[in-house]
Ligand binder design. Structure first.
Ligand code: FMN
Length: 167
C-alpha cells in the first residue's frame, strides 16, 4: 500500500486541525475587492507569496465567501497587510459581508481593486487562477503593484486565535 493511500485513511478531528494550524504564527491581511461600485473587504491570514518571476501570491477564501464571488466578477483583489495598531480593522472585516468602509481611507489601485492607504504594506493583484480545494478556494494573483505605506511600522501578528505583539 502506498504512503498516500495509508494517509487517506486517517481521520483528523477538525477542531484539532484548527488548533494545530493556529500554532503557526501569521500576519493578518484584509483582502479587498469591489462589486464595481462599492469596496469590500475580508480579513484573511491564508496569504502567502508564491513566485517572484512572474510575481504571484495566493490566499484562500471559503468557497461561499462574498469576496470570492466579487473576485470572480471583478478579476482583481488587493492584499493589505495590517500594522500592529490595526486590530480593529481585522475585527471589522471578519464579520459577514462588510460593505461599509466608513472612514477607512482607500484608493483605487492599478488592478481596479480598492487599496487601503494606511496599511503596513499592500500587493495589488489581477486574478490568474482559482483552484477549488475542499471547502476553500485557492486564489492565485499576479502582482501588478506593491507598496509600504508605513515603512517603519510593525506587523499585526496572530497566534492561537489571539493577537500577539512582536515587540
Ligand atoms: C485572523 C483571521 C484570519 C482569517 N483568515 C481567513 C482566511 O484566510 N480565509 C477565509 O475564508 N476566512 C478567514 N477568516 C474569516 C473571515 O474573515 C470571515 O469569515 C469573513 O469575513 C466572513 O465574511 P463572508 O462570509 O460575508 O464572506 C479569518 C478571520 C480572522 C479573524
Amino acid at each position: 500500500m502506498s504512503t498516500a493511500m495509508s494517509a487517506a485513511t486517517v481521520e483528523v478531528d477538525p477542531r484539532a486541525l484548527r488548533d494545530v494550524c493556529g500554532q503557526f504564527l501569521t500576519g493578518v491581511t484584509v483582502i479587498t475587492s469591489t462589486d464595481g461600485e462599492y469596496p469590500f473587504g475580508m480579513t484573511a491570514n491564508s496569504f502567502t507569496s508564491v513566485s517572484l518571476d512572474p510575481p504571484m501570491v495566493l490566499f484562500c477564501p471559503h468557497k461561499d465567501a462574498k469576496i470570492r464571488e466579487l473576485i470572480d466578477r471583478s478579476g482583481c483583489f488587493a492584499v493589505n497587510v495590517l500594522a500592529e495598531e490595526q486590530a480593529e480593522l481585522c475585527r471589522r472585516f471578519s464579520h459577514r459581508v462588510t460593505v461599509c468602509f466608513g472612514d477607512i481611507p482607500t484608493r483605487i489601485g492599478v488592478s481596479g481593486a480598492p487599496v487601503l492607504t494606511d496599511s503596513l504594506a499592500y500587493l495589488d493583484c489581477r486574478v490568474v487562477r482559482e483552484i477549488a480545494a475542499g471547502d476553500h478556494t485557492v486564489v492565485l494573483g499576479e502582482v501588478l503593484d506593491v507598496g509600504r505605506p508605513r515603512p517603519d511600522g510593525r506587523p499585526l501578528a496572530f497566534h492561537s486565535g489571539k493577537y500577539v505583539s512582536l515587540a
